[in-house]
Design a protein around this ligand. Sequence first.
Ligand code: UN1
Length: 509
Amino acid sequence: MQFLSNLGLQGFNYGTSTGQQTLGSESGSEKMTSYSPADGSVIGEVSVTTRDEYEQVIQAAQQSFETWRMTPAPQRGEIVRQIGDALRKHKDDLGQLVSWEMGKIYQEGLGEVQEMIDICDFAVGLSRQLYGLTMHSERPEHRMYEQWHPLGTVGIISAFNFPVAVWSWNAMIAAVCGDVCIWKPSEKTPLTAVACQNIVAEVLKANNLPEGIFCLINGDRTVGEWMTEDERVPLISATGSTRMGKEVAQVVGKRLGKTILELGGNNAIIISDQADIEMAVRATVFGAVGTAGQRCTSTRRIIIQEKVYDQVKSRLLEIYEMIRIGNPLEPDTLVGPLIDKDAVEAMQRSLAQVKEEGGTVIFGGEVLEGDGYENGLYVRPAVCEVKNEYEVVQRETFAPILYFIKYDTLNEAIAIHNNVKQGLSSAIFTLNMREAENFLSHRGSDCGIANVNIGTSGAEIGGAFGGEKETGGGRESGSDAWKAYMRRQTNTINWSTELPLAQGIKFDV
Ligand code: UN1
């Protein structure tokens, strides 16, 4: 596996780092093992962060913040530009590692690294902006404006399914904003994180930057909790399940810290009888089986107008028959393995529940056996006919299960669409402009992302990414999501010779 050594990875890897420096010792460290879901083989070991090492990381972060916040934002942008270049250089290797450690196909691994490159470019531009507003004072010869200052240390908790891109959305934006970061990646994908840390280290070294600007810690939830409980970390950005997000929100909320939460989705596509059906079906397939249904934007439900229901169903099943499932690094594969045994079991439980609640599994769902499938993590994507109100349909199962639901009127479709607890991504396929605008209007989709004639997954980095309701309300990546990484300050400057009070108050002393 040439890509491992190209990324500076060996059997044992330090999972705690303040930039270039690694903390811990090979002999003394507790270790966690990274397995490839592709074939169950061990890829490497990563040391678990101890409480002492965590303290050292926090202190390095706090110290480096003193210099980083005083580095002009465009110069911070220059560092991020160089990180983007380093990622370009390592795109193939990192794409392969993402694929090998997480299980998504190589094309999607490359796409993920491209998202990192894109966010670097975006952040570089942003580093010359970070605009505040000016406003007019009610008092003569006074000036009012607002400016944005860095927050401090940002804690990033990321999930296995986008093991590197989601970190970069947070870290690169935070970096140009003048913040320093501590990243705790998923325990399921620790090596991709070490690889990113190595790539960043090249740039830090070339620029003689202090330790502490980009930090890495590793471990289970205990390690995550040190950070969420820590008052020295003013912002926690967490991606993962709604259950995890609720816990993080409570712990951080208790100390009145800030959070950005990007949690579960239950994303649907409405397919109208006025849709380009072929286009709708193709978008559905990518959304439902891409990344083996393990994106938070994966398409979980399709809500189909009854006149085209049979047509959509037969065309979709035709394509599902042809989906090639296998080793994610093989160029022909479209669907790789699920991340682990727990994910396979959760999928099987959900399919059993579909039947218990009165639905039908009309295609797939089985765990594959035989050549290449020995580790039991390969499943055939499933299609089910259900009712939206089933408990199982209301839940996000992180697996390739697609639910079919029928509708008559568009109002009914939108009601079904919104009648779930999550609110991340959504789409309508229709060539009718009135239907499309209805879906995008105030009475339409209640999600953070709403698309017309494209699917629910595969968002571009330029928009703000995140969703409503149990999805957590946070926004990351593009648009003005950067504001969450800074603190706003309103400034009023008196350049007159008087001291007038606002609201015309007289207070003569
Ligand atoms: C995620 O699944 O956590 O929109 C992020 C998409 C990707 C990001 C998904 N750009 O599908």
